[in-house]
Design a protein around this ligand. Structure first.
Ligand SMILES: [Fe+2]
Ligand SMILES: [Fe+2]
Length: 215
C-alpha cells in the first residue's frame, strides 16, 4: 500500500475535480471504498500492488467533466447518455497512460467494465483476457454501487447480503465466480457496519480496513 501521503494527495485531487459536494461524494468516497475493497481482494490473489491501488482509486476518473445531469440522473439513461457514460473507461485509460504515465494501471482502469461473458465494454474481452485487476475492480465497484452509492436510479440500496447474492447470481456471466466467492468471505470477515456509520468518513474507512490490509 502506498502511504497516507498518497491518500492526502488523492483527496486533494478529488476535491479539485469535483463540481460540488454531491459530485465529490461520488468521486471521492466511492473511489476510496472501491480502492480498499480492491486491495483487500487483490491481497488474496497476490496482486495488491501500487498499480492496483492507483487503478482502483482512479477507476472512474474518466467521468471527470461529465455534466451532473447525466452523472446523477435519477431516471434511466437514454442511449446517448449511456454511451457518454461508457466512454469513461477509455478516457480513464488515456489519462493514466498518457498523463500519469502508468500504462499497467491504465489497463486495469480500461477493463473494469468488461464482463466474464464478453458482453462488457469497451473491448468486449472475455474471461482471462480481462486483467485480474480489472475483474477485481469490477466486483468491488458493483458491490459498492449496489449497497452504498446513490447513483442507482431511484432503486433502493441493497443490504450487503442482498448484494452478495446478486454478485453470485451474476457469477460466470458478468463476474469471475472464483473472485466473487473470495469476495463473499472477505465481506463476512469485515462485518461492515451500516453505510451511514462508515461510508463517507475517511477515518472510519481507514480504520475498517487498516487491520485487514497488510502493508
Ligand atoms: Fe466505472
Ligand atoms: Fe465506480
Amino acid at each position: 500500500m502506498k502511504s497516507s501521503d498518497f491518500l492526502l494527495r488523492a483527496e486533494r485531487l478529488f476535491n479539485q475535480i469535483s463540481q460540488d459536494h454531491e459530485v465529490l461524494r461520488i468521486f471521492k468516497y466511492h473511489s476510496l471504498r472501491v480502492m480498499y475493497f480492491s486491495i483487500y481482494l487483490g491481497q488474496q490473489v497476490g496482486c495488491d500492488d501500487d498499480d492496483l491501488q492507483i487503478a482502483s482509486l482512479l477507476h472512474d476518473i474518466g467521468k471527470i467533466g461529465l455534466a451532473k445531469e447525466i452523472l446523477l440522473k435519477p431516471s434511466k439513461l437514454d442511449e446517448l447518455e449511456y454511451q457518454i457514460i461508457q466512454a469513461h473507461s477509455t478516457i480513464g485509460n488515456n489519462i493514466l497512460r498518457k498523463t500519469l504515465n502508468m500504462p499497467r494501471a491504465a489497463v486495469f482502469v480500461r477493463d473494469h467494465h468488461e464482463r466474464w461473458d464478453g458482453k462488457g465494454y469497451p473491448r468486449g474481452l472475455e474471461k482471462e483476457n480481462i486483467s485480474t485487476q480489472g475483474r477485481i475492480i469490477g466486483i468491488c465497484d458493483a458491490f459498492d454501487t449496489m449497497t452504498i452509492d446513490r447513483r442507482n436510479y431511484n432503486r433502493r440500496t441493497l443490504t450487503y447480503q442482498e448484494a452478495i447474492r446478486e454478485l453470485k447470481r451474476c457469477s460466470w456471466t458478468q463476474f469471475d465466480g472464483k473472485l466473487v466467492d473470495l469476495f463473499e468471505s472477505l465481506i463476512h470477515d469485515l462485518d461492515l457496519p451500516t453505510p451511514e456509520h462508515w461510508a463517507e468518513n475517511m477515518e472510519t474507512i481507514e480504520k475498517i480496513f487498516a487491520a485487514k490490509i497488510i502493508d
